[in-house]
Write a protein that binds this ligand. Structure first.
Ligand code: NAP
Length: 294
């Protein structure tokens, strides 16, 4: 174990992602001390019982005091209020980072509140499960996955490098890109698939009672995989769609056009069209397996 990367890490929110990171920080001695701020008593008790951090608090002001890394791990809709509350208590030179699944609005919501003497390094570890809460986190969650950092122009490179080092230690590959580009990429790779899953499962649930029972019984034929995704946290995903609105709507428009084209091919009995698409998509699955992201 080398020198800790940080003196004191403050986690604002400690659910699935925050607690997984806290486990890595503990495992590898990445901080001299740590504190988690959680709004509910039950989360504070769990974080304490699992020994995820040295201290827990319900006060954002208390959590960020003396921290050289503040890691925001709440749903993205809670960022503006959190930033307002933490701003007067941040240490000069502190890094404020996050794990949120949308990046452009995160910057929009944080920047106006943060003092000029802190470094903002937004991040998104692309790793997760459909579960929530600190009891479901695990240190291996990030292993072999990608993390995207989207520092606004002019961010001190040394701050970016420290956040990069943190995620590298967690086992992630790290890419740096523009926040708008991140949001467009994630709209197609993550947000649209979740929207489709929520829709299919909702449609099945709306079917009449008899049919609905059989949907559960025969779910192994494909439906089951969608239900796993559609079991993801409702608040987190509400916020993602509200915050990545433009990119999601744009991707959804293209998807709807492609779906209509498939609908027409089925109606007209155009087997070649269907087979050509399904052959192309099978190759994409192969490239994901080759990239070890399956
Ligand atoms: P989670 O398990 O539900 O944990 C969320 C944490 O935020 C909890 O500690 C919760 O407190 C707190 N919180 C919720 N609403 C809040 C509010 N309005 N004000 C203050 N605190 C609040 O969620 P998660 O899966 O760790 O997700 C956290 C972030 O990671 C999200 O921004 C999400 O977009 C991002 N992310 C998630 C995944 C994934 O697959 N889950 C992957 C990558 C990134 P209580 O426990 O006290 O309610």
């Amino acid at each position: 174990m080398g020198e800790p990367l940080f003196d004191r890490i403050a986690y604002i929110g400690i659910g699935l992602i925050g607690s997984s990171l806290a486990r890595v920080v503990r495992r590898d001695g990445l901080a001299r001390s740590s504190i988690a701020c959680a709004r509910s008593e039950s989360t504070r008790v769990t974080a304490r019982d699992l020994d995820l951090v040295d201290e827990v608090t319900s006060s954002i002001a208390e959590a960020v005091r003396d921290a050289d890394l503040v890691m925001i791990c709440t749903p993205v809709g809670a960022y503006a209020a959190a930033a307002r509350e933490m701003a007067p208590h941040l240490s000069p030179g502190a890094i404020v980072s996050d794990v949120g699944s949308v990046k452009e609005t995160v910057i929009r919501d944080l920047v106006p509140h943060l003092p000029a003497n802190v470094h903002l390094v937004p991040g998104h570890p692309i790793a997760g499960t459909e579960k929530s809460g600190p009891e479901n986190g695990f240190a291996g969650l990030f292993q072999g996955r990608w993390c995207i950092l989207t520092p606004p122009e002019g961010t001190a490179p040394a701050a970016v490098e420290r956040v990069r080092a943190l995620w590298r230690t967690a086992g992630m590959e790290v890419d740096v890109m523009d926040a708008a580009h991140h949001d467009r990429v994630l709209a197609i790779t993550s947000h649209l698939p979740h929207l489709i899953a929520y829709t299919i499962v909702g449609t099945a649930d709306d079917l009449e009672e008899d049919l609905r029972r059989e949907v559960i019984k025969y779910s192994a034929s494909g439906f089951r995989d969608f239900t796993r995704i559609a079991a993801s946290d409702p608040v987190m995903w509400r916020d993602i769609f509200l915050q990545n609105r433009e990119a999601v709507l744009d991707t959804l428009q293209r998807f709807t056009e492609d779906l209509t084209a498939l609908q027409r091919a089925i109606r007209r009995g155009e087997g070649n069209t269907l087979e050509a698409l399904f052959t192309r998509t099978r190759a994409i699955r192969r490239s994901i397996i080759d990239a070890k992201q399956a």
